[in-house]
Ligand binder design. Structure first.
Ligand code: GLN
Length: 249
């Protein structure tokens, strides 16, 4: 199952987030500590999205190949600094394709999105939910995967002007109701606020003055990491994080 992280805080290099920690996301790609529901490594791709320090929409770099073998990312990560980052490494669910476009972060406008988990009974279990989307959205999914459909469902609510935390919570509730036992750990950010769910998978939170980091696994031994219990919705900014119960589906 994929591993992901989101950071908002003082500008840091992508290298400091992705490579330098003792249990960094790059290390988690081949030695994750907490894989659930199958899978041993996260070798089916990686993606990084970051907000340019000068402002503007996020930039992404995604590939459907292992992060550890990418020859471009180390230099890019050393040279790039950002105060808001969302990154993921992917272990494709059995039956789902390995493609550059199947890797998070998914994006539109100011938004970056990631899913760690699986929709059970895919795709039939969520046919009715998918049917509520405009056909154009279905025909232009990033990839024929559960994660891309989850993004389309959240994005549909964001486009309608819903509050991001409400859009994420409602999507988790309706997918959990349609596809019980799904694992629906989501991350959504606009570069200022991070909305995260713990729904079937591990999630950890680290807060420091003016900075917050959410990650599938703590990436170092800092005692400041807190495990977020299952069934929670986290809304975090540089001012702090609020953890609430996810509404039931
Ligand atoms: N099910 C999603 C996919 O295949 C996410 C995978 C994961 O969390 N491992 O892309």
């Amino acid at each position: 199952m994929c591993r992901h992280l989101a950071y908002v805080g003082p500008p840091v290099s992508l290298r400091a987030l992705l490579y330098d920690p003792t249990h960094s996301l790059v290390r988690q790609s081949w030695a994750p500590r907490d894989m659930r529901g199958g899978g041993t490594v996260n070798a089916d791709g990686f993606g990084v999205g970051w907000y340019p320090p000068g402002g503007g929409e996020p930039v992404r770099y995604r590939r459907g190949t292992p992060i550890w073998g990418d020859v471009t990312l180390p230099g890019l990560a050393a040279a790039t600094t950002s105060g808001a980052v969302l990154a993921a490494v992917r272990s494709a669910t059995v039956g789902m394709p390995v493609l550059d476009t199947a890797v998070a972060p998914f994006a539109e406008g100011p938004w970056l999105f990631s899913h760690n988990g699986v929709v059970r009974g895919w795709p039939d279990a969520v046919a009715a939910l998918a049917g509520r989307l405009p056909v154009r959205d279905l025909l232009t999914l990033d990839a024929p995967t559960d994660s891309a459909l989850l993004w389309a469902l959240v994005r549909h609510r964001l486009r309608a002007g819903e509050d991001p935390a409400a859009a994420v919570a409602a999507t988790v509730a309706e997918v959990a109701a349609a596809a019980p036992r799904s694992r629906l750990n989501l991350l959504l950010t606009d570069g200022r606020t991070v909305v995260a769910t713990a729904a079937g998978h591990a999630l950890s939170l680290r807060q420091a003055p003016g900075a917050v980091l959410l990650a599938s696994e703590p990436h170092d031994d800092d005692p400041g990491w807190q495990a977020v219990p299952d069934g929670r919705l986290v809304v975090a900014t540089t001012a702090g994080a609020r953890v609430a119960a996810l509404p039931a589906g």
